[in-house]
Design a protein around this ligand. Sequence first.
Ligand code: BGC
Length: 524
Amino acid sequence: MAGGGFVVGDGQKAYPGRLTPFVLFTCVVAAMGGLIFGYDIGISGGVTSMPSFLRRFFPSVYRKQQEDATTNQYCQYDSPTLTLFTSSLYLAALISSLVASTVTRKFGRRLSMLFGGILFCAGALVNGFAKRVWMLIVGRILLGFGIGFANQSVPLYLSEMAPYKYRGALNIGFQLSITIGILVAEVLNYFFAKIKGGWGWRLSLGGAVVPALIITLGSLVLPDTPNSMIERGKHEEAKTKLRRIRGVDDVSQEFDDLVEASKESQSIDNPWTNLLRRKYRPHLTMAIMIPFFQQLTGINVIMFYAPVLFNTIGFTNDASLMSAVVTGSVNVAATVVSIYGVDRWGRRFLFLEGGTQMLICQAVVAACIGAKFGVDGTPGELPKWYAIVVVTFICIYVAGFAWSWGPLGWLVPSEIFPLEIRSAAQSITVSVNMIFTFIIAQIFLTMLCHLKFGLFLVFAFFVVVMSIFVYIFLPETKGIPIEEMGQVWRSHWYWSRFVEDGDYGYGNGLQMEKSSSNQGTKHV
Ligand code: BGC
């Protein structure tokens, strides 16, 4: 077995070390990287429902919106340019996350965070001062470049810094700051929309400089991860840092395993083609399927278009933005639940519980909207109780997402990749996430217009598929050191056929016990 580490009672490896204030501080600062992503997600929905913004940049949508409620409500926002405004960011993020892969691997995780912050600052300024639609789109593209860098590096940073026992909780700091970013954006939209003169949208869009500055300054004070220092040949520095991070003098066991992992990593010429090797099949599958499924929950329909959606189901502008604030708060609160539970109950439990909850809510929301709007989209008078039922179920749905696929969609990929493919595989995860965020952002309003309430059933179908996928194919990763993760594949009933003893070069020989929280893993 490479390196040391000692094996604890249940057959898993343990390294000495505790949750030091230093590691807590670095993880909190790094997690702020999620703020920029969240702020963006939350801001666009509100801005695109502000009449002054629509009148200036998207007059045709504005005109349709002004028509009375007897017209087809499903289609009032159906405009390709409007959706391009929201979705251009995700295409840019997709491209930049691929570039970020090399920066993160060759120059360290924090340089990518720094780039992320700077690009995002630039985008926020261009947007805040926008005079024409093209300026809006250029601004969104710059923001997207920033997000690609941040989302590629921050989850890796957190998973590498964290002591393995707290990895889940600390990594979810990223998702927590995404949700805080979304909520702050929604609250700001609510107030800025009220500014007389109708220029509040400039503050909403320009306000993104604040989270951008936080991550820019944050990345200047953060240390790089020991894993990344070793990968770049800085062994002594890495050892000193590891002692400081773990708060113990004897870190030799973990250090040796990191060095071993890094040797494997050095022997690889091209991390991209390497990803295609048979032994990385489980990782590649997860790198693609997890973000794909995360987006197919349909969460961003709510996140981007909550105000628009609430407007469609009969709320006034003000009430729509307010309900978006309510869903935003539920999102934050439920993420805290998953911080509490992820290292206790495990990933699989959260995935499956969250999936069931989302499924029920999607069915109810589809039924409610179908019952009132029918297929022609003319609701007539909408009673108050009706709106309350819809918002309540949307909130329960958001909670289900926020303690399952939301945080785990970033956590699980970042903790399962061996060092030699980590950076490249994480870029695939970010890219797939962004492609499907883009597709959903781009076609949602059109789909709402054509599929009507059935749209929610499409997402419900995918929730069933993803839950079955998790049940059958995703092994439990709770409480396993990151450089020891090879064992979960070696002992999995399906993935073990792709992995041979000695694969991933380190941490071999460890076996995992089957436990109730660990279905999908077999004895070897
Ligand atoms: C997802 C976003 C989503 C957000 C909602 C994130 O994990 O990647 O697409 O909008 O969660 O909280």
